[in-house]
Design a protein around this ligand. Structure first.
Ligand code: NAD
Length: 425
């Protein structure tokens, strides 16, 4: 991809909402959107902050804070995960909600964007405390939710169990079981086959497509994966199954490295048992920061935001970065990587496998008819490969990076729909 007109550096390199807005502005410039429409599309539609009082296991009351942001519903109900983390903040949730709008648009599923978060450290909470937080948070944001309004899903530190509690809380309030209120549920509660693996599978598919563009063969590709949760762990496993050599994987505490290639299923089995990579004996242990700078062909940041920055982008050795996480690359890092000829498959395409199968799950729940795993996976394959081709074609047409190509495609689709609907007054 050739050089784009540069995105202006954000005032704060690490503010995800500013990073989203900077890239949005470049796309809006290229699309020639007028100032009023830009303001509409940039601004979140609704933001709710709720306090979540919980009786802790020791009998004491404690108040947590939760957010739900709906960015844009022009193309359909808002869709987006809920994350539990100690450093969740409103600008982060705003950015994540906007990225969901663009992501749903890139893969052309009929949803807008939303996102939620609760400030808490799940590592310090018991299962009972997590359940009470989830139920009270759901009750707090209830007025925004609904299968036709806003449909949550799992994100960092939330999972099938969290979604089951959310679905149950909603269902108790509306006095009927309504499974389409949430996606990423357990199979027995109306979940979809293939949903747990969907984001990792999407990461694998775009990696394969990007390697083809770069003229690299999967069996020769050495891959570093940051994170070993839903996206990183499953992504690493599927990349290894495609014949790639996963040489490093990490968790929040540190990374492991084996130049001959890790036995990914063995690493994941160890992680399941021990909850951390610490103590894994079949690889060398290295610090998290060093992991990103390892010699490799593909780097998959699949943990959190702001991992590739102006501080380390010059030292990244990968030829291809595939953003399993949302917002792992700052605007300044993008510019450095682009100058150095590193291809970046942007988050709003690279991790869109999750929302694509969430859409399939929602469709199945509403129809009351469930698909086989083969059907789910082949439809996902089709959506992701055709979206990759559309992003690539847009990037070529506008002579820009894949990231800005993806934004142009996504923002253009939302702008068209908004203009068709007009402004309600
Ligand atoms: P997860 O909670 O399952 O796993 C997160 C992983 O990242 C864990 O291995 C954790 O130890 C590691 N981690 C967390 N903070 C870290 C840090 N500062 N440094 C290094 N490692 C760290 O979460 P997930 O669902 O895999 O989500 C990971 C990323 O992918 C997030 O950005 C999320 O928004 C994005 N995402 C997730 C989905 C999904 O379907 N789960 C879909 C699209 C995008």
């Amino acid at each position: 991809m050739s050089t784009a007109p540069h995105v202006k550096a954000p005032m704060d390199e690490f503010n995800p909402f500013q990073a989203m807005a900077q890239r949005f502005d470049v796309a809006a410039d290229r699309l020639g959107l007028d100032e009023g429409l830009r303001e509409v599309l940039r601004t979140p539609d609704k933001e709710l902050t709720v306090s979540i009082p919980i009786t802790m296991d020791n009998g004491k009351l404690k108040v947590f804070t939760g957010y739900r942001v709906q960015h844009n519903f022009s193309r359909g109900p808002c869709k987006g995960g809920i994350r539990y983390a100690p450093d969740v903040h409103l600008d982060e949730v705003r950015a994540l909600a906007a990225w969901m709008t663009w992501k749903c648009s890139v893969v052309d599923v009929p949803f807008g964007g939303g996102k939620g978060g609760v400030i808490c450290d799940p590592r310090q909470l018991s299962k009972g405390e997590l359940e009470r937080i989830t139920r009270r948070y759901t009750t707090g944001i209830m007025d925004l939710l609904g299968p036709d309004r806003d449909v949550p899903a799992p994100d960092v530190n939330t999972n099938e169990q969290t979604m089951a509690w959310l679905m149950d809380t909603w269902s108790m309030h509306v006095r009927r079981t309504d499974t389409a209120i949430v996606t990423g549920k357990p199979l027995a509660l109306g979940g979809s086959k293939g949903r747990t693996e969907a984001t990792g599978r999407g990461v694998m598919i775009v990696t394969r497509e990007a390697l083809k563009k770069l003229g690299l063969r999967p069996e020769n590709a050495r891959v570093v994966v940051q994170g070993s949760g839903n996206v990183g762990g499953i992504g690493a496993m599927l990349l290894a199954r495609e014949g790639m050599k996963v040489v490093s994987i990490s968790d929040i505490y540190g990374a492991i490295h084996n130049d001959k290639g890790l036995d990914v299923p063995d690493v994941l089995a160890y992680l399941k048992q021990h909850k951390k990579l610490e103590g894994y004996s079949k690889a060398e242990h290295i610090p998290s920061a060093a992991q990103l700078e390892l010699d490799c062909d593909v780097l998959v940041p699949a943990a959190t935001e702001n991992q590739l920055t102006s501080k380390n982008a010059e030292r990244i050795k990968a030829k291809l970065v595939v953003e399993g996480a949302n917002g792992p690359t700052t605007v300044l890092a993008d510019q450095i990587l682009e100058r150095r000829g590193v291809m970046v498959v942007p988050d709003i395409l690279a991790n869109a496998g999750g929302v694509t199968v969430s859409y399939f799950e929602w469709v199945q729940d509403r129809a009351g008819y469930f698909w086989t795993e083969e059907v789910v996976n082949s439809r996902l394959e089709h959506v992701i490969t055709s979206s990759f081709a559309s992003v690539e074609e847009t990037a070529r047409k506008y002579n820009t990076s894949l990231r800005i190509g993806a934004y142009i495609l996504a923002v253009g689709r939302v702008a068209t729909v908004y203009q068709m609907r007009g402004t309600y007054a």
